[in-house]
Design a protein. Sequence first.
Length: 255
Amino acid sequence: MRVGFIGTGEITTAMVRGLAGCGHQILVSPRNAKRAAALAAEVPEVTVAPNDRIVAGSDIVFLCLLARLAEDVLTGLPFRAGQTVISVMVDAPLDKLRSICAPATDIAITIPLPPIAHGGCPLPVYPASPALQSLFGDRNLVIPLKDEAALAAHFGASALCATQLDQIITVADWLAGFTGDRDAAESYVAAMIRAYLPQHPRGGELPEALRMLSTEGGFNATMHAAMAPSRGILRSALDGFRKRLGLPEKDEASE
């Protein structure tokens, strides 16, 4: 397929690397000229092109901009009926995208993360996108959602990553203080956490894993009890996204 990317930041770089070697023709914008040139040098399928050429020459166009820049950058580009547009922008709802990208109507929003470069990245998407499934579904978990509110909530949930990585780093730092081997400490802690995370968990698997770690008096149970107040802090931080994401306030959600 002919795949275009408007915006050339970290997520575009990861997505392009995830498509490398799959036989697609890939166009990337020169918005970040240095990064775009590096991608073209790294991935043989990549060509750097202006935005109007990307839209005109692509079957699928990924929008990888800051939402506040989207209207200025995208208005007037030659989108066409039958073309697929996939946005990865937060704060850019479908109604706005449909207006900017008309007459294209096959428009979806997804949330790629940097691990998409290697596979194993969850891709919540609304509406369902056969194009996204075709491009990335072989190595990544594509999760079609029921509505835009569900997608917005996934944007909020994605904020967990930095907090969890910070906790893993903190534990690795503590461990390395005793072993003197920082690399081995990071490898151990990361592998330990990964071992408890099934690739496609079914309902109840994660709570069951937690239950198995809850032996009274054990190290995990003791740590879990000590960290219990952090659950309230986490929920409060997530609820702090409700207004930005257009989600109902807590009292509305509970009705």
